[in-house]
Write a protein that binds this ligand. Structure first.
Ligand SMILES: [Zn+2]
Length: 426
């Protein structure tokens, strides 16, 4: 059998989450898989004669994980502008939802397809290797075919009207049967406890567990959501439901907080990645930890929509696995996880440190999506996906802070996907 060609890539630093930085480090890979990670000296000794690509004044870093986004909304700013909205228009959560509905109304599939293609491109350029992407328009997942972007594509579903749910269920089962040849896998997302009936919510959770599908649910994002779940009152009942002609389907008050409600519906299982978790009390956090849940934090989106700040330190101390997501360009300025890390460092200052943020954006994020064996760190057996980050005049002790200081496009010297260099990222 012919031996597959081996390659070494080395740099001044090799940086992995939750382990010591290797100075003058490198990795050896073949056929798109990492074989060894060590100092360059040790690699040269063990694998003499292998071609070496060395990067001075740079660090080799894993591709990043954007645990929560909606790439089909990448052109949202453009659509909003076309409908006469200003970027800074709505202030609160409900105003934002109403704007989202208005801007999205009467858009055709082609527009979503174009938007998701751009979103994938922007993600690749920014050094992202894995996404947790929510799709309301299930057919546009074809944009993932033939693209080197791993992750979970969550088909979103929501509804309160039983007749509508019957139709949606049919569509969902059909979508699950359709072939999908991509580096990403299919999952399901029952949108949130305030947009889906308890019956349908339980059904989707059950379906995920029976079929071994990853799941994703928005939870405890706003004060309005708490009020709606507990009392069936507030702006969601009075403004959002009427705006989408759901006024006849306001559910009975659950009399409890969203996390307890989700638990009651069978939604607290580790394969269900929760998103936002801004409004959590100690009992909620304890329950999430006991159920071994992962939570994707979206600090820039939460700040933009003024919903509050997630209790990051309490979550981390309780043992809830934390990941990082950009959410969509309907509530953020960029799809770069580097930008999200930089914002998170300020937003969560004193709560979580730079090495933790780096881990959230790499291994923890990959684990949260169930893909930690393939992605998230530079380790033997994993995919040879990494990026070369320029770091002139940065000391070994300053690397994580530097990575949380706003790494831009110009700092990314090279991106490797499955062992192949792509200067443009794509
Ligand atoms: Zn979202």
């Amino acid at each position: 059998m012919m031996q597959q060609k081996k390659y070494i890539v080395s740099a001044r630093f090799l940086v992995n989450p939750e382990t010591a930085v290797i100075e003058q480090g490198g990795l050896l890979y073949s056929s798109g898989r990492i074989i060894a990670v060590d100092s360059l000296t040790a690699l040269k000794r063990s694998f003499p004669g292998v071609e070496i690509a060395h990067y001075d004044d740079s660090a080799i870093v894993p591709l990043l994980v954007n645990a929560h986004t909606h790439l089909e909304l990448t052109e949202f700013p453009l659509w909003a502008e076309q409908k006469g909205y200003q970027v800074d228009d709505p202030v609160g959560f409900i105003d934002w939802i109403l704007k989202l509905i208005q801007v999205k109304s009467k858009l055709d599939q082609e527009k979503y397809h174009k938007a998701i293609t751009k979103g994938i491109e922007q993600s690749l350029m920014a050094g992202t290797g894995v996404v947790g992407d929510i799709l309301a328009h299930h057919s546009v997942r074809s944009a993932y075919e033939g693209v080197s972007l791993g992750g979970v594509v969550f088909l979103e579903t929501l509804g309160q009207d039983p007749a509508m749910i019957r139709r949606l269920k049919k569509g969902l089962y059909k979508a699950l049967e359709e072939p999908f040849s991509s580096d990403a896998v299919i999952g399901l997302s029952p949108h949130s406890p305030y947009t889906i009936s308890n019956y349908y919510l339980r059904h989707v959770f059950d379906l995920c567990r029976r079929r071994g599908l990853r799941c994703c649910t928005h939870i405890a994002e706003s004060e309005e959501e708490l009020k709606f779940i507990k009392y069936s009152r507030g702006a969601i009942a009075e403004r959002f439901y009427p705006a989408i002609n759901w006024h006849a389907f306001v559910p009975a008050a659950a009399g409890m907080r969203p996390v307890a409600y989700l638990d009651q519906q069978g939604g607290l299982f580790p394969e269900n990645l929760l998103v936002h978790g801004v409004h959590l009390n100690d009992a909620d956090i304890d329950l999430l930890a006991r159920r071994r849940m992962s939570l994707a934090l979206c600090p820039r989106s939460n700040a933009r929509l003024k919903v509050g700040r997630a209790p990051a330190a309490r979550l981390r101390n309780a043992g809830v696995r934390l990941a990082l997501g950009t959410d969509s360009l309907a509530s953020n300025d960029s799809l770069s996880v580097w930008d999200e890390m930089s914002f998170a460092a300020t937003w969560f200052a004193g709560e979580i440190d730079a090495p933790t943020i780096f881990a959230m954006a790499t291994q923890q994020g990959a684990d949260a999506l169930g893909l930690g064996e393939e992605y998230g760190s530079l380790s033997p057996g994993k995919r040879a996906g990494f990026q070369i980050i320029k770091c002139s005049d940065i000391g070994i002790g300053e690397l994580y802070e530097y990575f949380c200081s706003g790494i831009g496009q110009n700092d990314i010297m090279q991106i490797y996907r499955d062992g192949r260099p792509h200067k443009s990222g794509v």
